[in-house]
Design a protein around this ligand. Sequence first.
Ligand SMILES: N[C@@H](CCC(=O)N[C@@H](CS)C(=O)NCC(=O)O)C(=O)O
Length: 225
Amino acid sequence: MMTLHGFAASNYYNLVKHALLYKELPFKENLIYPSSEALLAISPAGKVPILTTLDGLNISESSVICDFIEETYPEIALYPANASERATVRQIMKMAELYFELPSRRLIPYALSGTEAPESVKAEVRQVLARGITGLNRLCQFSPWVAGEQFTMADIYLYYVNTIVSAFGSSQLNWDVLAEVAGMKSWNDSMSQSAIAQKVEADRQANMPEFMQKVTAQIQAANAV
Ligand SMILES: N[C@@H](CCC(=O)N[C@@H](CS)C(=O)NCC(=O)O)C(=O)O
């Protein structure tokens, strides 16, 4: 059986988990946190998620894992058969990561340590998010799914990216970023209603206390140096 390594408080972990559940693939979960020797042994960059395949290969990077599971298990397809349509799906995923996820993540250390991000950092984050808003407004259809009639990996990817935008980007900047993309909010709400999203969210909430304990211990250790 495949193994998904990581922790449920991670949105990158959750998007892969959602895709595996959607494709009805059997897998087990291995709870593992960053900075552990066990993770470094299987993850080139020391990041989660990692998927161990049936051949024993350890794959990192969520979008690469998404591609692998689709190519290996094409049943219950999450990418369009048409190459041009697939390219649109991948553009949405890439833009979501580069211009929504990564800038929002810059605000996580400030949010977790309860400090205010410097205005210069906020300005840079706003600028990148604005690019994401423009790009996603141009590419997303929400009719009813992100890329049109077919539910795709872009729906799963963007939904979990948006959890970080809402929790850190929007809250730290006092800016409802998702409201800037026409159709995004109602699509996001309907995504959250699915049985899979609700299971993933329940697991996330169950993991949060332990995850926050680890974060607090790390902040205290850094402050003690
Ligand atoms: N580009 C990576 C990012 C994964 C990532 O940043 N994971 C976080 C957890 S949400 C992590 O492992 N952080 C540990 C660290 O930065 O040391 C992917 O798509 O999988």
